[in-house]
Design a binder for this molecule. Sequence first.
Ligand code: G3P
Length: 227
Amino acid sequence: MKLLIDDANVEKIRKLVAEYPVDGVTTNPSILAKAKRNPIETLHEIREIIGQDALLFVQAVPTDTEGMIKDAKAITKEFGQNTIVKIPSIPAGFAAIRELKKMGIHTCGTVVYTPMQAYLVAKAGADYVAPYVNRIDNMGYDGVGVVKEIQNILTNNHMDTEVLAASFKNSMQVLSLCEYGVGAATAAPDVIEALVKNAAIDQAVDTFVDDFKKLGYGDSMAEILDK
Ligand code: G3P
């Protein structure tokens, strides 16, 4: 499963990219709005941090087919290879995805709440499909279950489209989908960090260091070997 950061805070992204094996960054208009600065500048800075080989997801803002295609062309021209354009999974979006596929522009059908939306954007030629786990949960359905259903639809229909599960509230939701083997998941920095934040882990690491120091030879293997 690919793991991506769902955020546009460049400081948080810089820290996570330095430490975690992430595959890229996903954004949407609301995420960019939270950064409260020129969205193009923000996206350029993110691209610089993650490098050109990592995935960068940028959403087309218009809701009509022509506008989506225009945004998609502008986005990919500006941010280069490995930039994927998120297109809302509505009828106008199905048409845009089909046209963009012909142009060789990579897309992700986003705002997915139902398996049927996922099936249709996959059929239209999207590279990714982004179901909103937590928002589905909040509607009284099983978000993780819906994503598994979507993964089954894609697998059983031999579709190349990858699931990019999004909208997570907690790390267990991410882990369940990792175990199921979905293509990708994108989560906010705090949800990613929560996957490895645990007092027992910190205590175990600290104990190893303390025990070694108590031996009295030095604080590290290198220190002893360099003597
Ligand atoms: O990109 C989609 C995702 O960011 C939505 O997440 O937390 O706004 O439901 P959320």
